[in-house]
Write a protein that binds this ligand. Structure first.
Ligand code: FAD
Ligand code: FMN
Ligand code: SF4
Length: 445
């Protein structure tokens, strides 16, 4: 610090970002951090406090804390720092709404709030807050997928809710359409909702059809996984975008070819999503076999000894295993991948893996489902090809990804209607691709 001061001008601002709690048994505790900050403050212009550390798995979760971590959770520590030093104190970590930042500031816990993902999710957030339009802010949901998740994969960062972010040259300031068309969007999941608002913003006359009485599609199920309620914010944000748009919404209407022919729109966007994939397996006996959707919707009562087979290694297998273990079931989790949660951002995965470890859920990797009988499930090791026999199972819960809903595409194949297919009905993936494809297609109409 002295060296920097000696080589810079008097008005050069120098601050320090420091972890207030490294969240690791061998890392700095809050008391040690406080002591260090106090010792260093005299030479600084500000201190910026966060949590975690990058040299341990448990600590790293806090570098970009996922939705399972409480909002503004480092503010109480910042308040302690503020009482001990005289320079401004910044705090960051899961402050995703101006109201939260305002509460931290007005409680005197910090002088400045850092908000990183809130601005990736909605770069207009400060302007909207200033204009009192807080309900219009597309709040970050802490999913970590396209921001730090992309970064960790070596990809340019973006946001699952805001695909324009990182693609500003292609998508920002979408031009009004040269001719206003009558657009029919089929399916009110993330893909359909985003396609509808994007097409309407370009001046098209858009109607969005949803078979259910509620918009949101699979995101309504995703929010039911333990600690994932904030994922539902994606639907809340899209509902607000719809409310502010000119889109006409028709719920409880299952669209078929006849309805499309009758309405005769200029363009059809199909976003009918996907259903649980039913794997092929040998079945001999009466073991209860259910899928993740049935468990999450509360449609089935599972037995006391459960095996969850997870073909995707994403949020669903680990989430369903955690949920059932919390309900008191004895749960085992068999994943096709090399580890549970292999395909999801590491900080999200590691938080869930820690929860499963605390709950005593054993994880069996490299496991392909082969079949089941009365109380035994047969797996195959994906590397050795050897059988793995799991005995004493009452219920087998299948988390085997999704199969596209092809009903409409098959019906339209035989007609002259041209339709654009987006999201999970094109290929089941995640909300990120669904929303990206929505913007991509709607920007070309
Ligand atoms: C439990 C669970 C957890 C998940 N967690 C995550 C996560 O953390 N992150 C992530 O990115 N993704 C997650 N996903 C996946 C994500 O939810 C989907 O990829 C995304 O919802 C796909 O969006 P979509 O709009 O293409 O399809 P869907 O969400 O499936 O929506 C399709 C909609 O179309 C409607 N529909 C179907 N046919 C018709 C018709 N003929 N007429 C009218 N309406 C029709 C359906 O009722 C439905 O509402 C999760 C999925 C599940 C099930
Ligand atoms: C894509 C991305 C890149 C980041 N890079 C850095 C970095 O280089 N240095 C750093 O101290 N923090 C970095 N962070 C962490 C943020 O500064 C911030 O502390 C963290 O995201 C928690 O705040 P938030 O909840 O407001 O996002 C990064 C976060 C994201 C999402
Ligand atoms: S990708 Fe998820 S965590 Fe990242 S900015 Fe967008 S909503 Fe927030």
């Amino acid at each position: 610090m002295q060296d920097i001061r000696s080589k810079t001008s008097e008005d050069f601002i120098m601050g320090l970002r420091i972890s207030g709690n490294e969240m690791d048994p061998e890392g700095l505790s809050e008391d040690e951090s406080l002591e260090a900050i106090e010792a260093l403050a005299g030479g600084l212009d500000y201190v910026n406090v966060i949590a975690g550390n990058s040299s341990s798995t448990g600590g790293a979760i806090h570098i970009v804390p996922p939705m399972t971590v409480k909002n503004a959770y480092m503010a109480p520590f910042a308040a302690k720092v503020r009482k001990r030093i005289r320079i401004p104190v910044f705090v960051a970590g899961r402050i995703n709404q101006p109201q939260e930042a305002e509460a931290v500031l007005s409680n005197g816990q910090a002088d400045v709030c850092g908000m990183t993902r809130a601005l990736i999710s909605d770069p207009e957030m400060p302007n909207k807050a200033m204009q009192g339009r807080v309900d219009d802010i597309r709040a970050c949901i802490g999913c970590n997928q396209a921001c730090i998740g992309h970064f960790q994969m070596g990809l340019p960062i973006s946001c699952i809710q805001n695909p324009q972010s990182g693609r500003e040259i292609v998508f920002k300031n979408l031009k009004p359409a040269s001719r206003s068309k009558r657009v029919m969007v089929v399916g009110g999941g993330p893909a359909g909702m985003k396609a509808a608002v994007t097409a309407a913003a370009r001046g098209h006359d858009v109607t969005l059809f949803e078979a259910q009485e509620r918009l949101g599609g699979q995101a309504l199920l995703a929010q039911l996984l333990p600690g994932r309620a904030e994922f539902g914010g994606l639907v809340t944000n899209l509902l607000r975008e719809l409310e502010l748009s000119q889109v006409q919404v028709r719920k409880g209407v299952r669209v078929d070819r006849q309805l499309i022919e009758q309405l005769d729109p200029d363009a059809v966007i199909v976003a009918t999503g996907a259903r649980p994939f039913e794997p092929d397996m040998v079945r001999d006996g009466e073991i209860q076999v259910v899928n993740a959707w049935q468990v999450l919707q509360g449609d089935v009562a599972v037995g006391s000894s459960v095996l969850v087979t997870d073909w995707r290694s994403d949020w669903i297998g680990i989430g369903v295993a955690e949920q059932l273990a919390r309900k008191g079931c004895s749960v085992r989790l068999a994943v096709n991948g090399r580890m549970a949660g292999e395909t999801i951002p590491s900080y999200v995965r590691d938080h869930s893996i820690a929860a499963l470890h605390r709950l005593g859920v054993p994880i069996i990797p490299y496991a392909r489902l082969y079949g089941c009988d009365t109380d035994t499930v047969y797996l195959q090791h994906t590397a050795s090809g050897e059988p793995m026999v799991i005995e004493g199972v009452d219920t087998l819960v299948l988390c085997h990804g999704h199969a596209p809903d092809m009903t409409l595409s098959e019906a339209l194949d035989a007609s002259s209607i041209h339709a654009y297919f987006i999201g999970d009905c094109l290929a089941p993936r995640t909300a990120e691709e669904a929303i990206y494809e929505a913007v991509k297609v709607a920007s070309t109409l």
